[in-house]
Design a protein around this ligand. Structure first.
Ligand code: PLP
Length: 468
């Protein structure tokens, strides 16, 4: 049944029945009501709109007389099919896609190398269901939660981050939020009080850069070297805040060396600046010893650590978090005391239980093992089918690699060729501020969401298309 909520006003001189008649007529002409949809009964609509039944009846009679609706005995009033000419908007059309919406374009891809996809075959659905069901028994779960995030989740996180990433913090320092970008946005408003710009990696994560720009901060791109962001360039830039992805640089995959981590901390102390450390996929490291987070090495409260469950569990959950230095907590609370938490309390409590019972650690162990195997398959297939035509970049950790294609084709041409074969691969040019200086196109290939057969087939088909 149609819902009708017009604005009916006594003051403008027009009788209420006429206002209601005009409203329904316009809705029909604009195509908002479809032919054969049922109108509310006179009694129900009068009650809902707090007007007399006579008024509603008068409106309906007028619509009946003009053929906009019909009356079916014992059943009620229905919308009539109206002439095309009468219809102001012929049909309810979805909004046309703007150029920048092309990422939402629906192509039926056969194989999609998206960098953020997860393997659904291993998703721990029964454990997640168990935890979700259990937390529903507590009725207070349906009330507002703690603005910073549920204490149960923050306690689990503090413990988990310490053992997995060497992060040193108390639950009071953790702020939960619905996505890394949302948390970065909160930080922007804090930093904007005293800074007007922020240093970022070049190439770097566009999702973060856009947040800084949208909040009115200037961004200064700093070159990424073989062992992480250039500290010399950072010093010259005179910025006091830097956003980096040191454990697995996005998108090059460079791992910041321990020497450079110490240099960065020294820089932060000397400038009294802050390092925003985005540790988005540190769970997946395949070569070498784990390097603890910068936050864990920091003794001077100069690092803000950001993490997410998007890679290790599910991006659909929208649970991310940041760890603030104790010295920033007052400022944070002053600004955000009246802000409500953006992540569902139900999901937070379920996740806390999920971590407490060891399900998360077990799940991460499983997908790490699986991703390691997939990575092997991917690298072998690349070597077999593409050989000397490509260089592989950033394969030591994470769930994607960059493929440097030694051809004179543009990145766009390579992507379009792949698209014709229904294979989706991704550009990296948006991550560079000076893309033209890059020798060969670099294509991003995520493997986390594909199985081994798809990976092999995808690489084989790409080799045929690109190097025929
Ligand atoms: C560098 C970087 N940070 C963070 C994220 C995850 O963000 P979120 O926590 O909003 O899912 C991604 C996702 O791909 C990323 O590439």
């Amino acid at each position: 049944m149609i819902e009708i909520t017009p604005l009916l006003e006594n003051k403008n001189g027009s009788p209420i029945y006429l206002q209601l008649y005009n409203y329904i007529k316009q809705e029909i002409e604009r195509g908002r009501y479809q032919a054969n949809e049922k109108l509310p009964s006179i009694r129900k609509l009068a009650l809902y709109l707090d007007i007399s039944q006579n008024t509603v009846e008068s409106s309906y009679q007028q619509l009946l007389a003009e053929g906009y609706i019909e009356s079916v005995p014992k059943r009620g009033f229905y919308i009539q099919q109206i002439d095309e000419e009468l219809s102001v908007v012929k049909r309810h059309k979805p909004f046309p896609l703007a150029e920048s919406d092309s990422s939402f374009e629906k192509v039926d891809y056969h194989i999609d190398f998206h960098q953020a996809s997860i393997d659904l075959a291993l998703f721990p659905i029964s454990e997640w269901k168990k935890c979700s069901n259990e937390v529903l028994h507590n009725r207070s779960i349906f009330d507002y939660g703690h603005p910073q995030g549920e204490m149960s989740l923050r306690e689990q996180l503090a413990y988990y981050l310490h053992f997995s990433r060497g992060v040193n913090c108390t639950p009071e320092q953790i702020v939960v939020g619905a996505g890394t970008q949302q948390l970065l946005g909160m930080l922007c408003l804090i930093f904007k009080q005293c800074e007007s710009s922020i240093a970022i990696e070049n190439p770097g994560y566009k999702g973060a850069k856009d947040v800084f720009l949208n909040h009115g901060l200037d961004v200064e791109p700093i070159r990424v070297e073989a062992d992480g962001i250039s500290v010399n360039e950072l010093k010259k830039s005179k910025n006091k805040i830097v956003y980096i992805t040191p454990s697995h640089q996005y998108p090059t995959g460079v791992i910041t060396s321990i020497t450079k981590r110490r240099q960065l901390l020294k820089w932060a102390i000397e400038t009294e600046g802050y390092i925003l450390e985005d540790d988005y996929d540190s769970e997946f490291r395949y070569v070498g010893r784990p390097i603890p987070s910068l936050q864990g090495l920091d003794l001077n409260e100069r690092v803000i650590y950001l993490g997410t469950f998007s890679k290790s569990f599910s991006p659909a959950l929208r649970v991310s978090y940041m760890v603030l230095p104790k010295s920033m907590l007052n400022q944070y609370k002053k600004m955000y005391a009246s802000y409500d938490q953006t992540v569902s309390k139900i999901h937070q409590e379920a996740l806390a239980l999920f971590i407490e019972r060891g399900y998360l650690t077990r799940h991460i162990r499983r997908i790490r093992k699986l991703n390691r195997q997939k990575r092997e398959v991917l690298l072998k297939a690349i070597s077999k089918y593409m050989g000397m035509n490509v260089n592989v970049v950033g394969e030591k950790s994470g769930v994607y690699i960059l493929l440097e294609i030694k051809l004179s084709e543009t990145e766009e041409t390579l992507i379009q060729l792949a698209k014709k074969a229904k294979i989706r691969v991704y550009p990296t040019s948006p991550y560079w501020t000076d893309y033209r200086s890059i020798d060969f196109p670099k294509i991003q290939l995520g493997f986390g969401g594909l199985n081994e057969v798809e990976i092999k087939e995808g690489i084989y088909l790409l080799s045929k298309i690109w190097f025929k």
